[in-house]
Write a protein that binds this ligand. Structure first.
Ligand code: ADE
Length: 480
């Protein structure tokens, strides 16, 4: 459940805008919560005034610090009251101030904010807000474009709309959020629905063939053409990613996780210099490769920038040099050593057990009973995204497999009394086929020493990479 708090002088405007259509339905389903707070209710002025003249003169009025501060504090108290018993991450609650002077809002920012459970939006009016209160409460200043609105409300609603549709479950069909504009730095291809001929215009022939590979290729070509024409800036970034993927593909087994992160539109390039590559993935996840200690050091220094990686970071790397620098310089600790396996053929695999289904959130309890390597929040999120698949024997859940947030196959589990019947192999083969249909290269990471699972990968025809990949995490833990 994500809660959006909006501090505004016009709460009814925000409520009317957010309670209709998809967002209204998501609210009714309990996926989203909207909480508006009228800043005027917190003024200490007996005439309910919230604005005053700016010192030094100039046009217009400014919103004063006191009512904004008290309204913000009331929201923090509401959050604390509601989540009192929970171990809610410490530290400031993300507070976004909408202003034309802010950082430009992007899909990547929307994706990042969709990971927060509480978000506060502060809407200004008149000529702005007293700087002193902004300094105290705001964590992010954001602009929705290079134009000036009369107030922050419409901008907040734009942001809330874009963030909401990335919250698991809001869109229903999760794949639609994965394949659309900006997900691969490309604009979306044109789409057509019935009738087949309208105003004398037909539908492109290839869409009627049922050949999914050809259709995908046509759509990609259309997307590239459109983006090159309309958004050369996006197209350049896309070409840069393609170039990095090309370079990584020279050592495909070693680098498949990075290639797939970029190909599936889940990652950004922070640094790319020869074989030295640093990528930012979803949330606080990074991936990197480097050829020497010196290069690893230079890359992490330059790629993370002055503020360093986000607190609570995790990084996955096949390079012992990257691992070493993370531990020595960046306060990292090694979480896991894995072997990487990828399926590079195009042919689907036979699946013996037929009863395999996508599991919904109602399976959370059953998963938790069996699988302890991931926490409740992670499992719930994977279930909500349609990323966990169960095998059933005589109507009963016998095992499952999942897709991790960065795209690898994992979480493979088969109940004790159902083992040695090929259920694990069926689950993985089924998931491989599903990924192949989406045009992806299936891969997984198996904890070093898990010989049973490594043998299964070989039996299914996956290739193992030489050497290990290490997962290193921030030893300081999450925000605090
Ligand atoms: N407030 C006024 N104009 C704005 C803009 N372009 N973006 C965000 N907030 C605003």
């Amino acid at each position: 459940m994500t809660t959006f708090h909006v501090l505004t002088l016009f709460p009814e405007m925000v409520e009317n805008g957010l309670n209709t259509s998809i967002l209204g339905r998501a609210r009714e389903k309990g996926l989203l919560r909207f909480h508006t707070v009228n800043i005027r209710d917190y003024t200490a002025d007996k005439h309910r005034k919230v604005d005053d003249y700016p010192y030094g003169g100039g046009a217009g009025m400014l919103m004063q610090a006191q009512p904004v501060f008290d309204a913000h504090r009331a929201v923090l108290e509401e959050i604390r009251g509601r989540r009192g018993g929970e171990a809610f991450p410490q530290g400031p609650v993300r507070t976004v101030y909408l202003t034309p002077q802010g950082r430009p809002f992007t899909q990547a920012m929307a994706r990042e904010l969709a990971g927060e459970e509480e978000l506060i939006f502060l809407c200004g009016h008149y000529e702005g807000i007293d700087e002193r209160v902004l300094d105290e409460v705001v964590t992010d200043r954001v602009s929705i474009g290079d134009y000036v609105l009369t107030g922050g409300e419409l901008a907040a609603m734009v942001m809330i709309d874009a963030v909401s549709r990335l919250v698991p479950g809001v869109l229903g069909n999760d794949e639609s959020a994965q394949t659309e504009s900006f997900h691969r730095d490309l604009l979306e291809y044109p789409q057509y629905s019935r009738p087949e001929v309208w105003h004398g215009k037909g539908v492109p022939q290839v869409l009627l063939t049922g050949d999914h590979r050809k259709i995908r290729a046509w759509r990609l070509a259309e997307s590239e053409k459109l983006t090159g024409q309309l958004r050369p800036d996006l197209y350049d970034r896309y070409l840069q990613k393609r170039q990095v993927v090309g370079r990584l593909s020279r050592r495909k087994r070693r680098n498949i996780h990075m290639m797939e992160l970029l190909e599936r539109g889940l990652g950004e390039v922070l640094y790319a210099e020869g074989e030295n590559v640093l990528l930012a993935g979803p949330g606080k996840l990074y991936m990197a490769d480097a050829g020497s200690l010196e290069e690893a050091e230079r890359m992490l220094e330059s790629g993370f920038g002055a503020s360093g990686p986000a607190r609570g970071w995790e990084l996955c790397s096949p390079s012992p040099f990257v691992k070493e620098v993370l531990v020595q310089r960046w306060g990292g600790q090694v979480l896991m050593e894995c072997v990487q396996a990828c399926y590079t053929r195009r042919e689907p695999l036979p699946v013996r057990h037929r009863d395999i289904r996508v599991l919904g959130e109602e399976w959370l309890g059953e998963l938790q009973k069996r699988y302890s390597l991931a926490g409740e929040r992670y499992l719930r999120e994977r279930l909500a995204k349609g990323g966990v698949f169960g095998a059933f024997l005589e109507g009963r859940l016998a095992g499952f497999i999942g897709l991790h947030e960065e795209g690898s196959m994992g979480m493979l589990w088969v109940d004790e009394d159902c083992r040695r019947r090929g259920i694990g192999a069926s689950l993985e083969a089924w998931l491989i086929n599903r990924l192949l249909e989406r045009g992806e290269t299936p891969y997984g990471q198996i904890e070093a020493g898990n010989l049973g699972s490594i043998r299964l990968q070989e039996r299914l025809g996956l290739y193992l990479a030489e050497g290990s990949v290490w997962w290193v995490e921030d030893s300081r833990g999450m925000d605090g």
